[in-house]
Design a binder for this molecule. Structure first.
Ligand code: T4K
Length: 400
């Protein structure tokens, strides 16, 4: 057990890990099954354009999510862009600022203004009461983000969308395998929901994404849009782009999905060890997962209250990085403080007090199948030691 700063790399000791531990290390399912599938793809020489693996992935996802339609795509960002276009969003769309930059960029890319909305600190998702205050005659839609797998207040957002006739999308990049409170699976809310299967997601297809919807007409439009608008050979009936998922990605996606339960179990095991080891550490608390919902446990988010802990979040990140524990500050500093939004909307932060507070507190810790229980014991030992010596840590970093 580490006692003093001298036991930490920042105080001169050897780093806890010789090789870096990363947030977002990919999970890998059954390698043999993956290689069989890739060999099959090579044998059949069908690499893209609505191949059998893409269809199988779409079918499996739709079944799992309990939705009628699922359209696989090359990544989550393009899937968002296409869903935004297909639902006819324009003018202004209300989004949280506390999200990965892709959510805002998918709008701005199409010259739609993202109007940043504050979060409900209890769920870290868009606050419906604040949404109401941001509606103008130019508002065409809302995009909720099920951040870190925590479901938005889907009922309240649906009521607002109905009342003001707005399109309603969800960025569900973090929320595969999660449900809202009460058990209804994320995937079927709003007009459509968008998933990411990027390498860093707990179910990955190297790169990939998908749109899930129960609206057949919308699904048809999205299918056309992701394939240049082709409706059969030599017949284009719609403007479109290339959003297709390649077969090799679908093969990885299917193989990952087959291991979903194992991945969730590893994430939950890790989360529980973090929670047990960090219980009672002053100023540091893990963002809990709701007992009323199904969770994928893919993000371990610790929140540091620097007043109570006696040191700043960035000092703790520095300590962890020196130990080769590559914790992240997701999603610091908030979209509204990144370009082009910082220049276009310089005062947006005034309406985002909860977001501004939270982005200064987050420490996202490594998890997933590459992280073993003993790794977590080391990580939490480092955290406890750093915080037990907060005053000395502040002096050391101030002198550096
Ligand atoms: N909406 C939300 C809410 C999202 O979080 C995302 C993506 C999207 C939309 C868009 O979906 P995609 O278009 O990406 O499908 C990473 C991912 O690139 C991004 O997909 C993800 N969110 C975001 C949360 O994380 P960065 O900028 O943090 O990436 P990077 O390169 O710093 O890598 C993250 C960590 O993962 C590092 O610690 C290294 C590790 N890593 C990464 C890769 C690619 C590995 O260990 N192995 C790998 O192969 O965005």
């Amino acid at each position: 057990m580490r006692q003093s700063l001298g036991d930490l790399a920042i105080g001169g000791a050897k780093p806890a890990f010789a090789e870096a531990l990363h947030v977002g290390r990919p999970n890998i399912g059954d390698r043999d099954r993956l290689m069989q599938r890739i060999n099959d793809i090579l044998d059949r020489r069908w690499f893209s354009n609505d191949g059998v693996y893409v269809r199988e992935l779409e079918r499996r996802l739709a079944d799992m999510l309990g939705v009628e339609h699922c359209i696989a795509m090359c990544n989550g960002t393009v899937a968002l862009e296409i869903a935004i276009r297909a639902t006819g969003m324009s003018g202004e769309v209300i989004v949280p600022s506390l999200t990965f930059i892709a959510t805002a960029h998918a709008l701005q890319w199409q010259e739609i203004r993202p109007v940043f909305c504050d979060i409900d600190p209890a769920t870290c998702t868009i606050d419906p009461e604040r949404v109401r205050e941001l509606i103008t005659p130019r508002t065409s839609g809302i995009i909720g983000v099920h951040l870190w797998g925590r479901a938005c207040d889907t009922e309240a957002l649906a009521a607002i969308a109905r009342q003001y006739r707005l399109s309603l999308l969800y960025d569900a990049a973090h929320a595969l395998g999660c449900s809202a409170a009460g058990g209804r699976m994320i995937g079927g809310f709003g007009d459509a929901e968008v998933f990411s299967f990027h390498a860093t997601k707990f179910v990955n297809s190297f790169e990939g994404g998908a749109v899930a919807t129960n609206n057949g007409e919308l699904a048809q439009r999205i299918r056309l849009m992701k394939n240049f608008g082709f409706s059969g050979y030599d017949n284009v009936i719609y403007p479109g782009t290339n959003g297709k998922m390649p077969e090799v990605s679908a093969a990885m996606g299917i193989t990952s999905l087959e291991s979903l339960d194992d991945f969730v179990a590893a994430n939950k095991r890790n989360f529980d060890i973090y929670a047990e080891q960090l219980a009672g550490v002053p100023g540091l608390k893990l963002l809990p997962y709701s007992e009323d919902a199904r969770n994928n446990y893919q993000y371990v988010v610790a929140l540091l209250d620097s007043e109570v802990a006696g040191t700043a979040r960035d000092n703790l990140i520095e300590v962890l990085h020196r130990e080769n524990i590559m914790a992240r500050r997701y999603f610091y500093p908030g979209c509204h403080r990144m370009e082009p939004y910082r220049s276009l909307q310089p005062h947006a932060g005034l309406l985002l007090p909860e977001t501004e507070r939270l982005v200064r507190q987050t420490v996202v810790l490594p998890t997933g199948t590459s992280i073993e229980p003993e790794n977590i014991h080391e990580i939490t030992d480092v955290l406890r030691c750093a915080l037990a010596n907060a005053a000395a840590l502040n002096s050391l970093l101030a002198a550096a």
